[in-house]
Write a protein that binds this ligand. Structure first.
Ligand code: ATP
Length: 323
């Protein structure tokens, strides 16, 4: 069920709010960040829409963490503007921050506190009443499958620490989550558990912006994907549209007949693969006319990984309206 999430809207934002589901919660316009000898982020325009999961991917040093830090107000852009629900993060950051849950790439812990003490400590910082905090912590640790509430944080495994950090990020029930590599360093099952949990949070109504290196995870949970290269946005689009613009789609027919045919054989079956829908339709007609047995018709689509590799190697994208 979608939660009603209280948002600290600016009046201007409230006035422009629509029911289309494309309302940008975060809006970056012409954002750059330079350090002394490097341009980490270069003229970035990007929006994150209400209720979506947007994933940022890119090589090491592409600028992902820098973007997330600027959005949370931890560092300021050298150029450009960042608005969250119509409010400028550099001017109205204090008001906006209660709406944001930020998970940095690495979270320091107070190692002599137990998990519960640590989360209660942060609840106090968020001014959450103690009884509400206790209930919330109990529930969060339950859904995150973290039974070590009485263990010292210094004694937690890496996966347990990541879960405790995620619980901390969610304590104040933020509507917007900014997560820097939420599953870095985790084993595949714990990683997948967390990714699945993020999907559930999105389904509850939260908006999520995350960075990750695991492209399967990104493809699995993200509504849209932003690909960065050397601080520049190469593309931002849905997986469906990226596949149309850059991916490949191949159809595979598996059928059976006693006739001798010039097709690849797998066991008793013939296999025919093609990206050409016309060829596929023509063979299907033949299968039907000749009374051969159709075993399977499947589609293989490009994974995000294929698309990412192509873009990193400089393949040009077709414009969305030319496909
Ligand atoms: P990774 O995938 O390795 O975490 P990233 O995409 O998150 O990388 P950033 O951490 O945003 O990349 O770094 C982008 C660029 O900015 C890099 O060239 C990095 O060296 C540089 N950079 C980041 N922080 C600083 C800093 N405090 N001072 C100087 N340069 C910095």
């Amino acid at each position: 069920m979608r939660q009603v999430i209280e948002r600290p809207f600016s009046q201007r934002y409230r006035d422009n709010w629509t029911q289309t589901g494309e309302n940008p919660i975060i809006m970056l316009q012409g954002v750059s960040k330079s350090y002394r000898d490097c341009v980490a982020v270069d003229h970035l325009d990007l929006d994150v829409r209400e209720g979506e999961i947007l994933g940022i991917i890119g090589h090491n040093g592409a600028g992902k963490t820098t973007i997330l830090k600027m959005i949370t107000g931890l560092i300021s852009p050298t150029e450009g503007s960042i608005e969250i629900m119509g409010m400028d993060i550099t001017r109205e950051g204090t008001r906006i921050k209660s709406f944001i849950g930020y998970l940095p790439e690495e979270s320091p812990f107070y190692e002599n506190m137990t998990v519960t003490e640590y989360l209660l400590f942060f609840s106090e910082l968020y001014r959450i009443p103690r009884s509400v905090a206790r209930d919330r912590i109990h529930r969060l640790l339950g859904v995150l499958n973290l039974a070590e509430e009485n263990k010292l944080t210094g004694e937690l495994s890496k996966g347990m620490k990541r879960k405790a950090a995620i619980a901390r990020t969610l304590l104040h029930n933020p509507g917007l989550l900014i997560l820097d590599e939420p599953n870095s360093g985790l084993d595949p099952l714990t990683s997948f558990f967390i990714i699945d949990y993020l999907r559930a949070l999105r389904d509850e109504g939260k908006t999520i912006l995350l960075s990750a290196h695991n492209l399967f995870h990104i493809e699995y949970i993200c509504d849209r994907v932003a690909i960065l290269k050397n601080g520049r946005l190469v593309v931002v689009d849905s997986m469906e549209s990226l596949r149309q613009r850059l991916g490949e789609r191949e159809y595979e027919i598996t059928f059976k007949t006693a006739d001798d045919l010039p097709y690849e054989k797998r066991g008793d079956n013939y296999i025919f693969k093609s990206a050409d829908v016309g060829q596929i339709a023509s063979l299907l007609r033949q299968v039907s006319d000749k009374g051969w047995a159709l075993v399977d018709l499947s589609i293989r689509q490009s994974a995000l990984e294929d698309i990412y590799v192509k873009l990193m190697n400089g393949t040009e994208l077709a414009a969305p309206d030319s496909v």
